[in-house]
Unconditional design. Sequence first.
Lengths: 1092, 450
Amino acid sequence: SPQALLSYNDQVNAAPSTTGRSVTLSSLLQQVEGEFGVSFLYKDKIGTAAVLTDDSQMEGRSLGEVLKGIHSTNPQVVFKRIKDNFYTVKVEESPAAMSSPTLMRSTSSRAIATVKAAREVSGEVRTADGETLPGVSLMIKGTTKGTVTDLDGRFSLSVPEGPVTLVVSFVGYKKKEIALSADQRQVAIVMDNDVQSLDEVVVVAYGEQTRASFTGSAVDVNMDKVQGAPRASFQESLQGNIAGVQSAAPSGQPGYAPNIRIRGVGSINASSDPLYVIDGIPVVAGNISQIATSSNTIAGLNPNDIASMTVLKDASATSIYGSRGANGVILITTKQGKSGKTKFDVSMQRGTSQVLLDDRNRPLTTPELAELLVESRVNTGESQQLAEEYIYSRIDENINTNWFDVITRDGTYQQYYISASGGNEKTNFYSSIGYYDQQAPVIGIDYEKLNGKVNVRHSATDKLTLDLGLAANTQLLHTNSEAGSANNPIRSMFREVPWEPVYNEDGSYNTDILLTYNPVGLVNENIRETKLYNALGNVGVKYDILNDFSFETKASLDFNLADEFQYDNPYFGEGRNDGGRGRAYTNMVVNWNVTNLLKYRWIMDDKNTINFTLGQEAQKISANSVFAYASNYGAPGLTTLANASVKRDASSEKTASSITSYFLSANYSYTDRYYLNVTGRRDGSSRFGSSVRYANFGSVGLGWNIHKEAFMESSWVDELKLRASYGINGNQGIGDFESRGLYNTGNDYNGSPGYAYSQQSNPFLTWEKNKPMNIGLDFRIVKSISGTIEYYNRVTSDLLLNVPISGTNGITSYMANIGEMQNRGWELSLSSVNIDQPEGLFWSTDLNLTTNKNEILQLNNDEQIIEGQYIRREGGDYYSFYMPGYAGVDAANGDALWFTDASETETTNDYKLADPYEQGSALPKFFAGLTNNFAYKNFNLSFLFYLNYGNKVYDYWGRYLASDGSAELNDRGNMSRKIYDRRWQEPGDVTDVPKMVWGNTQSGSSAQHSTRFLYDGTYIRLRDITLSYNLPSAVLSKLKISNAKIYLRGNNVWTWVKDKNLESDPEVGIAGMTDLRIPTSRQYLLGIDFSF
Amino acid sequence: CSESFLEIQPEQSVATETAVTDVKTLQTALNGVYSKLQQNGYYGRTAYVIPELMADNLFLSLRNTGRYLDYNNFVVREQDSYADDLWNAGYEVIINASRAIQGGEQLSLAGDQLAEANQMVGEAYALRALALFDLTRFFGQSYNFTADASHPGVPAIASIGDDPISPARNTVKQDYDLIISDLSKALSLMNKQTAQGTFSINSAKALLSRVYLYTEQNELAAQYATEVIESGRYSLLDAASYSSLWADDFSQEVLFEIVYSVVDNEGSNSLGHFFALAGYADALATESLYALYEESDSRKTAILRTAKQGAESNALVINKFPEGALETDNIKIIRLAELYLNRAEAYAKTSQEALALADLNLLAQMRDPQAEVISLQGEALLDRILEERRKELAFEGHRLFDLSRNKRGVTIDQGDAVIQAAYPNDRFILPIPLNELNANPNINDQNPGY
């Protein structure tokens, strides 16, 4: 009704047309609302302001022109588009408008007067993310009385005596009924997002857009799934939650950098990592550390500070990033404050974790391993008695060390976060600090993180907006060496024999094992510390030159520092021969970026609109590292290099790269049915030779909102949109100077400097090109089921390939643009609300599924590249395993057998005669995530299953655990439980584990790579399960907090592995290779989140 | 942005074309060549270990790190990484030497600077010859395997162009011709008679003596050995001071050694670490070798009988690298003793038995004053010379070649077990690395037996 404090078109009917030349603003706006089906939000006091109009104002004009017309006749009236068809209206302070307060006051007093018999209920409406919601309609059930929330999401409404029910509704959110008790005067209402809808605004490259108008492929990440996860980085939470994104953990080290692949592996030798853009800044991501085998600069970002995260997948979405968009882009926007009362959010979590290892993979005990070794001697012809004497006289049977228990422990976890946000109409702010601490379930491994964030936005004038963002964080990691390193405790855990103790009888470390690398001693006496510091600052200015014409500029600095120290004690391990060693490293990576944007919205008529973005960007990344190394320490406990007498090495290095770019994007829309997007970008990179330094990138995208067509009216299809795009983007993810012929310094001799030939020049080395094609269909049917089906086909050409050349060149490879690779597949996302009873049970399901087929289309002269256990050949996929096929065991004599060749028709017991051949791929045929969410009253249960199907996993170090007696009494000769359980013992035994032979050379040699150690990597994992309880509003109001949630969360709670022979966790990183890394762990945590 | 924004120069590297521009940069490039010899894939370990392990001087302890296990077991395959590394390291030396030669020869210099540059270019020739010689003997059968040495050797690089190359294999004859011509060129350019840690006229002559012994040009082998011995710049150490040969750098007996300092840190991959009890003590001396030394033989002190923890209670640990796990022992490439042995063998093979016996007895007496005077003849004399050579040069990377070039079978002593490998044998040489076969279309045939 016109008497409402605020006007909103849900509440008002179209008013009769105005003929007078001076009308109230509210009646004019009602007229526009009726004509164009748009909504305006404004404060009541301005509704009564007098504005000028004329009857012709709306005839044959588009909405934009009408609004422009109103503004030009009444300059004090300013429109601002919030989302599609939704505008706020402000009236600038002017003498004319000052007359209204009197009028308003009288309105208020009248309102109070009419409801004196009722009570006043006030409250606040927020989204599930805690954002306040303006313009929400609240009606008293069974009446026509109601109100809408103000700009701060607050409302106040007089209601009749006794219990009442409020019906709360807002576009894009689920309608809610709130029961108020007879004496309740305060209420906090949380609105839940409606099923994904085309009305949503998505953050896209250099701006935002409605989903309806977007022609590309982009996925908004549900931040619920990222925030509150006990994982150090937001990237780890992508697994299972987004179609088309593969996130694989190469290590259980907290703070590691996960392998993120968007639509497959895009390159062979250049980077396959996506570009990360935080608040418009392309940031430095990944490992800048020397000591930590996996660290991650952007793990420093607190997931709780993220407002939205969008994954851009196809050409239409990514080509505007030109040379850096080839592997997809992950856009992150951090939170901004909302004007209104200052709001505090607090989150606290504590938890515990354990290493995941099935009982079938526990290390062998002393009697078990001794039994194997005795048997191995008997199998060479020795008598049982002599064999036992031989073995038992050399080992201490009384010692039975469980190295698994020695190396692992119960991990602990805690995380705290507090933020404050708020502001007024001119200025708003968001600020937070967070602390994260995890002791991994492996001794010596931990991770700590502290971060702070401030965002300030200030509207200096109506046209000028200033943005300031500053984030700083520090990460502290204690890590271990990986793979075959003697410093790797995981290697010791599986390989050290059980009859060796951790400590000698006198309590000193037993250093007569592992070449003195006692793993417990190393953890206690050595230092292996990585400190990462990151500061990300940005300043932005936006100036609205005209209503539809704006200029934005943004400058940012991304500063990263790794400060690391390694100390090896003088008594055992690496430093034992030279009195202890100390090594200090610093690596500073500074990335600055400047972006200038001109945006113009050209509304041609009421059907045709074009949005233009013209941009310019420059980026420079420079890195500067220093290293110092000294040995011979004097005093225990003094570990800095100043305490070492022999200064052994010192060096510093510098490198840099730069990019400069120009780009243009145009989005054309015809009514709200047809959309065309065209982008073009020109990039120059310092990494390539001057003649081929520049390249052009671009894309074309089409969108068709089919459900808006007349023929779709009154069907059960609510939304249906077809999208297609094609384009070209690039990859320059190689070293800074790969195109040059170089001599490298550092080849010193006898105290004099030396340099040596290190790189073949290739002056024509240029961008790797990536051409993605995408067809997608977005739909929503029967109100509650929505989803997207997409087909993609991306072809990478001019691969930046390390072409192997004859070693007679003095180097063994050089980089050239050779070859082509393709990734194609389907992506399916489905969301369904299965049950939605108001105030009853709610159940929703989200499913996503991705298939990917990687195929190498062309390589250098058809030559295959054999790299370790992989073969790269035309027609094959990038991670095809290549090794001899294991054919089991000769039941007659216990010999290991291998197939002679790929035909698998003949077997041999001589490994030398077994030819390697292709054995399947490390890449899954598909992977999927299934999330179910149940809510009942204040309880919420959600859980995510992740399925990974059809890949192979190679246990690279399995050869050492399957030594079949060849390791004899080597103290690192423990074997796996599978060997013990299944070895061949007598003629006729049908098994796949050969007989034990002392000093075995037939099998058990570490050189014998074969499918004996290749497993099916299919698994299903209950990756995330959360049970939460929202405190009821009665309790909340007593506690004076607006919402509070207590929850119990579990990670990796349950796993089903298809291949029961697999001796490790199936999650091993993108390359499908175990590497004696920190195993995956299971975590449980208890958390509480609340706001006030 | 201006074009200069995209012009960024590397800070740790120089462009290939500006690598050698004067005497100073020639020296820097030459140092790079020497540094390539230091790699553990070459003289830093592999070139010393493989010819001894694949014979009767060394075997792997039962508690070993797995390094060179396939050599110990005589089951090397074409994927073998040590063969791959040795191949690549050899060619790194050849290419860097060739680039230094090309750069050095283009400088226009005069006077002292010219002499200095000539010495350096000469050293580069000698280094190239050394690397080609090593590649030829590791990857090709010995010179006398066919009557005219027409069996396959390794590719040789004469000059460097702009584009990557894929050369075919030479015959062993062609390789040796190039080795000899490079060494002759080196002799004509160099002016230093001796040097510490680098090539000199005398060390190039000494290498030439060894090369001629391999090609059975025995007169020339003897002639160059004589020139070095009679230069008077080196002398054999007597039994009393024998240990200083290994303890000291630049002993009077050593013509060319590769310098390792604390900064050339190969860490646990160094030769010293491989042998030392404080390191891995992966390879041990065989009992058959140890038994050859009389108690009074000073060379017996180069082997220590001791217990290896958790393994052999009675291990023979190599003591030729006393710095051991400190990894700072210089690695000897050519010693004067070898020249006496070269000459003795050459004399014996050219029926100058008296001269041969003189050299043999001289060396034996120096090492062991109580040694009986040797007076053998014919095949027995040659056998005795080879035995003395085994005793003198044990663990220094000679044994397999000394046997195969004399067409003898090899006893591969594995400690417990023994493999008798008869001559001729396909597996006395290494496989052409699989990576090279894959990358180089002009090398089609693997060495037989692989």
